[in-house]
Design a protein around this ligand. Sequence first.
Ligand SMILES: O=C[C@H](O)COP(=O)(O)O
Length: 251
Amino acid sequence: MGVKSKIVIGNWKMNGSAELVESFTRTMLDNQAAYAGIRVVLCPPFTLLQAMADALEGGPILLGAQNVSEFEQGAHTGEISAPMLASMGTKMVIIGHSERRASRGENDRIIAAKVKQALSVGMLPVLCVGETAEEKARGDSGAVVWQQLSVVLHAIGSELFGQLIVAYEPIWAIGSGSTASTDDILTITTAIHAKLAQLGIQLPLLYGGSVNAGNAAQISSLPTISGLLVGGASLQAGQFLLLCSNTAKGA
Ligand SMILES: O=C[C@H](O)COP(=O)(O)O
């Protein structure tokens, strides 16, 4: 999957149904011209991946997953491996989302192992990082985000790290209705790009956290931002189509 065009990733989280897959993909595929020129990826829950893969087949929208096992195969009840996801046509996988770090105990070691698993089968990992409201209030946003990135960087090495997409998602902005300010997004993402550049690494940075059709164009057109990771606003086809269309117009 090329990463030169702007990217919009819809993360359905633990929502959706077979009916939603059908109606949602129909709306999106019937209106492809509206988002020509950008990359759109849809990440339904595991149970809807096959239905989504079938519905998207042959079209411009790519299939993504919300998680992947850190193990390749074997006695890991309830886990879904990278080869399993890839065999369904999954091109991208979200790794280290703050909801999984907070409620599923995902630590840096596990996250780094998941990144390696995804890359080993050619799936593009989208590594999520972001600070809490308390960390932001202390003025620690940049340090926290860099710490999250550098742990994975050191675990997997700069060559593999350069193959990632990173999503900056301030935890306090997720599902809150308030995005980070464009000044804050610029400050954090400029600093990340600069630190990575010192290591000879250049990769796409996305923003996530209360993105909607109204703010997508402004955020996605920031010079340091390559796209958007969208939660709530990716669950209603009309709204998501408009969000993608507005991003495409600003691209
Ligand atoms: O993965 C998506 C992010 O957590 C953002 O979610 P949200 O758009 O509902 O704030």
